[in-house]
Design a protein around this ligand. Structure first.
Ligand code: SF4
Ligand code: SF4
Ligand code: SF4
Length: 248
């Protein structure tokens, strides 16, 4: 099946699979709890730095992290053969803010109570350097994987990414700032004059976006676009392209 994919998509899926296989090592660096424990003790943790890097990368690369290096992408790929039904992003994407806003408020409150960051320990709660370094820690590991794969199987394409991901809002905010100030960054562009209206782009979008509608308006802007390039690589008319540019 992989062989039928365009070369760039094979490479992308290979990268996210590799990242997923290393998830037992890296899990704590993406943990929503480690940053809380760090804030409580005034320690700048590895996960706080990673969330900061996601935000900074989104200022110039949009949500390419999601499409190209997040283990969550591989979890979505695992669920895809079991349920590839599109979800309705407009109806469910707000849910993640119900997690992100209280979570970030708690982190800020704990940090103020601790008097700010007084030390840096990127291996906070990960002293061995490996997140899952004891059998009982696999419980959390499997809960995270089960949640993302389970939601996708039950509700459809990347339902977990749309609803429970605590990382996505950092990048949505970064994208918004980028668009607000209109500096150059990685984005999609489209030339509607070449479009045959086949809707293959919409059908294949892993984030269930109406890509064809985006093409028709030549805006190609959507906070849920993860710049995976599936639409770019599946359009036989070369209508959609990657571009590093400011918004038109
Ligand atoms: S939405 Fe969250 S889980 Fe999904 S790819 Fe992006 S960062 Fe990963
Ligand atoms: S796949 Fe290409 S040609 Fe088909 S609707 Fe999308 S942009 Fe147009
Ligand atoms: S619009 Fe294209 S690049 Fe964006 S998520 Fe959908 S398929 Fe990927």
């Amino acid at each position: 099946m992989l062989k039928q994919l365009p070369k760039r998509q094979r490479i992308r899926k290979g990268i996210v699979l590799f990242v997923f296989l290393t998830f037992p090592v890296t899990m704590n660096f993406l943990s929503p709890y480690v940053i809380i424990d760090g804030a409580m003790n005034g320690v700048l943790t590895g996960s706080a730095v990673m969330f900061g890097l996601m935000f900074v990368s989104s200022l110039f690369l949009g949500r390419a992290w999601c499409g190209w290096v997040c283990p969550g992408s591989a979890m979505a790929d695992i669920a895809e053969p079991l349920n590839n039904r599109a979800v309705n992003p407009a109806k469910i994407s707000w849910i993640k803010w119900l997690i992100w806003i209280p979570w970030m408020s708690i982190v800020a409150w704990l940090l103020i109570r601790a008097g700010g960051y007084s030390s840096v320990n990127l291996l906070h709660l990960t002293e061995s350097g490996i997140s899952v370094d004891a059998p009982e820690k696999y419980i959390i590991y499997f809960i995270v994987i089960g949640l993302f794969i389970g939601l996708a199987i039950v509700f459809g394409r990347r339902a977990g990414c749309h609803t429970i991901c605590w990382m996505a809002p950092f990048m949505v905010i970064g994208r918004w700032l980028r668009n607000r100030f209109a500096w150059p960054s990685l984005r999609l562009t489209a030339d509607v004059s070449a479009c045959s209206d086949c809707k293959k782009c919409t059908y294949n979008c892993p984030m269930s976006l109406d890509v064809n509608a985006m093409v028709q308006t030549e805006t190609m802007e959507n906070a849920d676009c993860i710049l995976c390039g599936t639409c770019v690589d599946n359009c036989s008319k070369n209508v959609i392209r990657y571009s590093f540019s400011a918004r038109k």
